[in-house]
Design a binder for this molecule. Structure first.
Ligand SMILES: C[S@@+](CC[C@H](N)C(=O)[O-])C[C@H]1O[C@@H](n2cnc3c(N)ncnc32)[C@H](O)[C@@H]1O
Length: 209
């Protein structure tokens, strides 16, 4: 378990190169500034930004190997985990979906500022974007599990890996799924918070039913 800011930064730096780490440092500086204009993350969490947000996002990479198809991040907001994944993996296409105007503008500015040419921002509601096949679907603090699956199954094949950081509700949300779907997922312990879990799994078919 990561215990503090120095450990969190070391955890991230062990998983990317120096250029990626520098992109993340620039992201953090910009996030601190932008957070005075819009509420991207709870202000108190900026004191532990490496643990609460950066390592919390970066740990998702431990559950996947690199794919050729895009990573799809739902409800990216501040860019968590999407922009952190994009900063760490410049050779992996990624699509960030976000519907709120100011957040879309923030994400687009960061993509430009960090030269993340492989990262596309879909500034619209998830329900209205065109379907494509994703290698990974991530969603942090986006929606209840059942709703995430319902809205996003059309982007998934049997090979798509779902990575859903769920905080303390992970086990309960999994338990609440219909039995057939429940068997397709499991909860991994978060490395940044002992009380939190990440729901990981694959849907058996396109419809996710
Ligand atoms: C609670 S925030 C979480 C943001 C980020 N993932 C994080 O962990 O900090 C949820 C985000 O999802 C976006 N959102 C909610 N419903 C959406 C939808 N149907 N389509 C696209 N974005 C949506 C919201 O605008 C918001 O920025």
């Amino acid at each position: 378990m990561i215990g503090g800011e120095a450990e969190a930064r070391a955890f991230v730096s062990a998983r990317c190169d120096a250029a990626a780490l520098e992109r993340i440092e620039r992201f953090i500086a910009a996030l601190r500034e932008e957070n005075t204009r819009q509420n991207l993350v709870a202000r108190a969490t900026l004191d532990t930004v490496w643990q609460r947000h950066i390592a919390d996002s970066a740990q998702l990479l431990d559950h996947v190997s690199r794919g050729t198809k895009p990573w799809l991040d739902l409800g990216s907001g501040a860019g968590l985990p999407g922009l952190i994944v994009a900063a760490m993996r410049p050779d992996w296409p990624i699509v960030l979906v976000e519907s709120r105007r100011k957040r879309i503008e923030w994400l687009e500015r960061m993509v430009d500022a960090l030269s993340l040419a492989h990262c596309r921002v879909e500034g619209a509601r998830l329900e209205s974007i065109d379907t494509f096949t994703a290698a990974v679907i991530s969603a942090r603090a986006f929606a209840p599990l059942e709703r995430i699956i319902r809205l996003s199954a059309r982007f998934s094949t049997g090979n798509t890996i779902w990575l859903l950081p769920k905080g303390q509700s992970a086990a309960q949300e999994l338990q609440d799924l219909p039995k057939r779907q429940r068997a397709l997922f499991h909860v991994e312990q978060s490395q940044t918070d002992p009380g939190s879990g990440i729901i990981v799994g694959r849907l058996a078919g396109k419809a996710g039913s």
